[in-house]
Design a binder for this molecule. Structure first.
Ligand SMILES: [Zn+2]
Length: 394
């Protein structure tokens, strides 16, 4: 709640976008809290902060945990922040109880997970992972033309540690679910087994524009008539591959967009998701084949472009087991769940054994100023995190 005051909005949420002055204040608070319990602070070239509590054998790879402190422009108090502060709380508990772990533990705050001021999202973990080039990312600008490099320097978080993975024993991230499944299922802990794969398509359908009155229906090459069965195919794919299949049509633009003209063209944005890589592949080929058939039948031309993809992430079995055993030992109701949203753990998982822990959030709301979570659920998530860390770090 102290962190939530930094960048607090009138509607009870947070606006603490990456590399702003409020992001700096949030980072400063985290750093001073970590220093207060004797952590060493390491800051890398993209501004990721690592708070390190030494193990009895400092040569061993660290166990890492964390998330992000930045928010959406109209974000909530918990998305990301909970994962960072739960990590800090784990370190405090170890400190208060004089518990020494064999492996070092590091709590990380990744830079710019949200991607709302500077694109892409998961910038800090993506650079660290090697997916994004540091030089390219430094040049990325916000709407006002300010660069990542400039803003990182300005807030004092352009560190000297190379933004590249050091040896890691295991990684955990605790996060609010950002969806309604745990709440609906009346479960306190989600054992996250992976992150859904995603494909973004930009589909263009092109027909022949003509007058809405004089042109008989059978004489038209109308892209709207092709669009309808194509959209139905998308939603059928999601339903047939339930309960995890997802189809979203985020935007439809017609050209020229006149009430009495059959459109010449339509641009449609399609988002398909599923946690199983084979199913994503199958959804992709069914969609492409049916677009081809439908457009041939309706006498409409088309082009389809894949704008972005996120491969399916399957988390590490031992990390998943550590979370499951911890939830069981603590007697928290739990269920396996797949993340529908991307997280820093997606990039971490490519470099280290990783898994995530979810806790319910009210009405499944996130990226919303009304985002809320119960203190007892947050405590449960932090307790599972503590136990899971102890299992792999002692
Ligand atoms: Zn988040």
């Amino acid at each position: 709640m102290t962190m939530a005051k930094i960048g607090a909005t009138a509607k009870g949420g947070c606006n603490r976008q990456a590399l702003t002055n409020v992001d700096k204040k949030g980072r400063d608070l985290f750093v001073s809290d970590c220093k207060a319990i004797g952590c060493e602070i390491l800051i890398d070239e993209i501004g990721n902060i690592f708070a390190r509590r030494e193990g009895t054998n400092p040569e061993l790879p660290a166990v890492i945990t964390g998330s992000h402190l930045d928010t959406q422009p109209t974000g909530g108090k918990f998305d990301g922040v909970f994962g960072v502060l739960a990590g800090l709380e784990v370190l405090r508990v170890l400190e208060d109880n004089n518990i020494q772990t064999t492996h070092p533990i590091e709590v990380v705050a990744w830079t710019n997970e949200e991607g709302s001021r500077f694109s892409p999202a998961c910038m800090g973990s993506g650079v660290w992972n090697g997916c994004f080039s540091l030089d390219e990312i430094y040049k990325t600008r916000d709407r006002d033309g300010l660069s990542v490099s400039h803003e990182l320097t300005k807030i004092g978080y352009k560190g000297s540690l190379p933004a590249t993975p050091r040896p890691i024993k295991a990684a955990f991230e605790v996060h609010i679910e950002q969806g309604p499944i745990l709440e609906k299922s009346n479960k306190q802990i989600g054992i996250v087994t992976g992150i859904q794969g995603l494909r973004w398509y930009e589909l263009s359908l092109t027909g022949i524009p003509c007058h809405a009155g004089p042109t008989p229906m059978e004489d038209r090459q109308d892209p709207v008539q092709a669009m309808i069965p194509i959209l139905q195919t998308c939603f059928d794919l999601a339903r047939e591959n339930g309960p995890w299949g997802r189809a979203t049509i985020g935007d439809i633009t017609t050209h020229p967009g006149s009430p009495n003209t059959v459109p010449e063209s339509i641009k449609i944005l399609i988002d398909l998701r599923h946690p199983n890589a084979e199913v994503v592949e199958r959804m992709d080929s069914i969609l492409r084949n049916s677009i081809k058939e439908i457009c041939a039948t309706k006498n409409v031309d088309y082009s389809i472009k894949e704008n972005w993809r996120m491969e399916v992430t399957t988390f590490d079995d031992l990390c998943i087991d550590a979370v499951r055993q911890s939830a069981e030992e603590l007697n928290y109701s739990n269920m396996d769940i797949v993340s529908g949203a991307g997280h820093d753990s997606l990039y971490v998982a490519e470099k280290a054994p990783t898994s995530m822990i979810f806790v319910p959030c009210e009405n499944g709301l996130s990226h919303n100023e009304a985002e809320n979570a119960k203190p007892e659920d947050l405590a449960a998530g932090a307790n599972v995190l503590l136990k899971a860390i102890l299992k792999v770090s002692s």
